[in-house]
Design a protein around this ligand. Sequence first.
Ligand code: AMP
Length: 411
Amino acid sequence: MSFDKLNIIDPILKALKHEGYVTPTSIQEKAIPLLLEGKDLLGCAQTGTGKTAAFAIPIMQGLYNENKPASKGPKKIQALILSPTRELATQIGDSFSTYGRYLGLKNLVIFGGISQKPQVEALTRGIDILVATPGRLLDLINQKYIDLHNVKYFVLDEADFMLDMGFIRDVKKIIALLPIKKQSMLFSATMPEEISKLVDTILINPSKVAVTAVSSTVDMIEQYIYFVNKGNKRALLTHLLNNKNIVSALVFSRTKHGANNIAKHLIKAGIPSEAIHSNKSQTARQLALNNFKTKKTRVLVATDIAARGIDIDELSHVFNFDLPEVPETYVHRIGRTGRAGLGGIALSFCDNEEKKLLAEIQKLISKSIPIVDNHPFPLVVEESTEVKAIPQKAINSRPNSRNFTGRNRQK
Ligand code: AMP
């Protein structure tokens, strides 16, 4: 299957070619035709599946085809995309710009934590597509800078994450302000009951598209467990990062404080690192992310909230410095590597108290994660009986590129 078969208009095909995309991903192949027919869509998919293009392409195609010769006055918001985090919103905005580079449509990304002035100025000049986090959107609606009456396309992205972050009330308020007649899309990696209820209120007779269940997306990522005492985790991390084959690594910490400490420790050990979490300013977070993407810093230490949606195509290693409390989070975390068809390696540290969490993760992904037991900081309490040791494999080389959801990169 190629993009040409999906009835996509030439200027978008040209942009996709420009990006080096050859084959649509599974969600793109399934969702684009349905959305081009005007159907509402429920997408069970997480970031990394190509879902942004799956909704951005049909929306832009619709707007491009419908737009009559420019009427007088500034452009009106015709598409609204709600995103839970600033990082994700920025990435969605970038995707619209990329796939729509030959269309002449205007998009704007708005989120809180920074001055509203440039956002208000851009809104006044007029835009077609608005990507927003719920808080800042409501704020600007209340100040009468935003009018949603002309919205024809609405996307609620990462709905389960909106719920986790306590944004659902704001989301409902926003939905109540949208015109009844519109095409709606809801994407969520998981479907907790509250999201299922929301689906019934937002979507009309939706088509459903699910791509690889959360628990199976991890298959192409090599995973290993290191049993280690809590107090030795930083030393073990430094030891492992001394391996120069690890080009760039994302380290997950459960707490903001922990993230800061880990980054400080690594810097002291001569490993260029930065921490990102929600206590840092938007500018500081964006700067840290850019430094990481451009490989100025080798290690980014992040909390789950800060890291959700971070999209770095060539991230070779993910470290779980702490195991997450919610097993699904493990899958989301390690999914930061192995993106866009490349393999990846996920190394997780597990202290004695975390063994229960490990058991839950292994249950979710239906496999036991190989244990690396010949490292310099072995756990000095009773060994786990819950997990079966599997001989160690080398961790110092990146696995060969593997095909992933039919995605072929030609960059
Ligand atoms: P997303 O799930 O939308 O966050 O996309 C994940 C990554 O896959 C992004 O870096 C996209 O640029 C990339 N991507 C999306 N669709 C394709 C495609 N058809 N071929 C190659 N890469 C893609």
